[in-house]
Design a protein around this ligand. Structure first.
Ligand code: NAP
Length: 328
């Protein structure tokens, strides 16, 4: 009797929902049970025996890992961003790489807007104030914030999430500017968004919200010069990737009061070191990279990642593939 050998798959963390159960029915599955990601050495050791890898943005898939994983045939990232993966090196090895676009768009936009509102109206500070027993009376000068209605929002990268944030902004009566390499005429008509150059966006926006992927081109997109070009007192929201911002320059701008505040779901590095000045600056709102973290969305991301992986292991094009040139 012939024995069916199932492909070995390593998943770098427990995932919510049904997806891993489904994957377990198809492959020889090993799931990392730790609360923290596998260390580099642990990841390399697991990858060495794997034909498929399901990775998170905490797991670096690079040329070194590929060299040590001769049997690897598929990589599936549980994220829309894939800056943790050397896609070119995977393509050279003819390894398809999957990601999870679309399913997290609205959830991430919700959170970007939550950060925007939380920062402008000082929600976290207000909560801490009440809990600390500091609330003595109603005061006309207590915890004054910035209005969002009527303000100008600058969207950096009018892709799926940027557009979803712009839609929310329209509902709040904001004026929307954007920068993107390609004009989005369809969205300009739908959202009343205006494409401007970088300098205009920085000079005119009361809030700048970042939605570009991290790449060689976008690393430190918001650097010292760009921060200096921002409207005095403007707010920054980053739900993209920490590396899109020069964090040292950001800290300087916040300390000097040139920037009104920053709300950051993503930082550089992650997790943020305990001694980072960002931890103590009052005009900063911090979150531990949770913009896509709703029960429903994380389940859908896991399911999509499993679909991508299974397709690649069967030699089919993953439904969401970042190196589709492997399937001409
Ligand atoms: P997307 O639909 O691909 O949108 C990215 C947008 O960025 C596109 O409109 C692209 O347009 C623009 N862009 C790319 N390079 C650019 C550049 N150099 N200058 C200006 N614009 C540029 O992706 P998405 O689904 O909206 O996700 C965006 C990013 O958000 C992801 O890559 C990920 O890093 C991040 N993210 C974070 C979380 C979180 O948990 N915090 C969750 C989801 C996503 P052009 O090509 O026309 O320029």
């Amino acid at each position: 009797m012939s024995r069916i050998v199932r492909p070995r798959v390593f998943v770098t963390r427990q995932l919510p929902g049904e997806a891993l159960g489904r994957l377990g029915g198809e492959v020889d599955l090993r799931v990392w049970e730790g609360e923290l990601p596998p260390s580099r050495n642990e990841l390399l050791a697991e990858a060495a025996h794997a034909e498929g890898l399901v990775t998170l943005l905490t797991d670096r898939v690079d040329a070194e890992l590929l060299a040590r994983a001769p049997g690897l045939r598929a990589v599936s990232n549980v994220a829309v961003g894939y800056d943790n993966i050397d896609v070119r090196a995977c393509t050279d090895r003819r390894i398809p790489v999957g990601n999870t676009p679309g399913v997290l768009t609205e959830t991430t936009a919700d959170f970007a807007f939550a950060l925007l509102m939380g920062l402008s109206r000082r929600v976290a500070e207000a909560d801490a104030f009440v809990r600390a027993g500091k609330w003595r009376t109603w005061s006309p000068t207590l915890l004054l914030g910035t209005d969002i209605h009527g303000a100008t929002l600058g969207i950096v990268g009018l892709g799926a999430i940027g557009a979803a944030v712009a839609r929310r902004a329209r509902g709040f009566g904001m004026r929307v500017l954007y920068v993107s390499r390609q004009p989005r005429k369809d969205l300009e008509a739908e959202l009343g968004a205006r494409r401007v150059d970088k300098r205009t966006l920085l000079a005119e926006s009361d809030v700048v919200s970042l939605h570009v992927p991290l790449s060689a081109e976008t690393r430190h997109w918001l650097g010292r010069a760009e921060l200096a070009a921002m409207k005095p007192g403007a707010l920054l929201v980053n739900t993209a990737r920490g590396g899109v911002v020069d964090q040292d320059a950001l800290i300087e701008a916040l300390r000097e009061g040139r920037l009104g505040g920053a709300a950051l779901d993503v930082m550089d590095p992650e997790p943020l070191p305990a001694d980072s000045p960002l931890m103590t600056l009052p005009n900063v709102l911090l979150a531990p990279h949770i913009a896509s973290a709703s029960h429903a969305t994380r389940g859908r991301m896991a399911s999509m990642a499993v679909d991508n992986l299974l397709a690649a292991l069967e030699g089919r094009r993953p439904p969401h593939c970042v190196n589709p040139e492997l399937f001409p």
